[in-house]
Design a protein around this ligand. Structure first.
Ligand code: PTJ
Length: 263
């Protein structure tokens, strides 16, 4: 569980027998991430919203999420210039998994922040490097402006997101997903809220906790790396993101109905 400056070893006060251990450890990791300059304070609130949706989903990978993850792997393997965009929460939660995914998908890694801050960008790049990244984009001078967006997320690396054909984004606000789409990019997102603007405007939305789904995505990439282009295209072309989002909402409804019966 080492994540550069965020080490879970310091978390001794949560008993291992606690029924909500996993969730508490994730919280602690974000708090540590905030304390060591990776996570924006608003990122803690974003995690709270994510937790609520995860609870409604039963805190497990749904069938719809698994399906979207497989399609995302096919899309990544078809990409010519895939890039994984990393923000503060993603870096604190799963830096090692991001690096692993980048390796198996042959993708670039770029730091891109909503609450932009040079020091935080450097900290995030450092954590990614400590976890094995050889190159982290988005911290140098070759930055370009993504049209159609006013937030600091508009500044993207010329050799990264700016020239990417497929971009993986996580825990995002919707504006950039729309701007990426307008620039002709294919967007894959991890978002626990199937109704968010990011979720509804991306090409492939994985409605799952990034802490569970990112390693599954890497596994699918590995497993499918020998597939022909034709078979990968077949997987992507058959996918309907809107239908899959509706299936995620239905999963929530079913989970709530089960809970209502035993409440
Ligand atoms: O590090 P920065 O400066 O780029 O800031 C990043 C935050 C997260 C603060 C910023 O992007 C933000 O405010 O995001 P939102 O608009 O709160 O959206 C976050 C979305 O991610 C929500 O739809 C949450 O449900 C979802 N989410 C939160 N935690 C997780 C998640 N989705 C997947 N896995 C999670 N662990």
């Amino acid at each position: 569980m080492e994540q550069g400056c965020c080490t879970i070893k310091t978390l001794t006060h949560i008993p291992k027998t606690h029924p909500r251990l996993e969730s508490l450890l994730v919280r602690e990791r974000l708090v540590k991430g905030f304390e060591c300059g990776l996570v924006a304070v608003e990122g803690l609130l974003a995690e709270g919203r994510g937790e609520a949706f995860d609870y409604l989903l039963g805190e497990k990978t749904s069938r719809a999420a698994r399906k979207a993850t497989r399609v995302a792997a096919a899309q990544l393997l078809l990409a010519k210039r895939p890039v994984i965009s990393v923000n503060g929460n993603t870096a604190a939660l799963c830096a090692k998994d991001v690096v692993n995914l980048a390796k198996v998908a042959n993708a670039g890694i770029e730091v891109n922040l909503f609450y932009a801050n040079k020091k935080r960008k450097q900290n995030i790049a450092l954590v990614l490097k400590k976890n094995g990244a050889t190159q982290v984009l988005g911290t140098g001078k070759k930055m370009k402006q993504l049209p159609g967006i006013d937030s600091s997320r508009r500044m993207v690396d010329k050799d990264g997101i700016f020239s990417a054909d497929v971009v993986v984004v996580s825990l995002e606000d919707g504006d950039r997903t729309l701007a990426l789409k307008k620039s002709g990019k294919n967007v894959i997102t991890f978002d626990l809220n199937p109704m968010s603007r990011t979720a509804t405007s991306a090409d492939i939305t994985i409605v799952d906790n990034i802490t569970r789904a990112i390693s599954l995505l890497a596994e699918y990439c590995k497993k499918m790396s020998g597939n022909s282009t034709k078979s990968l295209e077949g997987i992507v072309n058959k996918f309907d993101n809107k239908k899959n989002l509706a299936d995620s909402i239905i999963e929530i409804r079913k989970h709530l109905a089960r809970r209502a019966r035993i409440a």
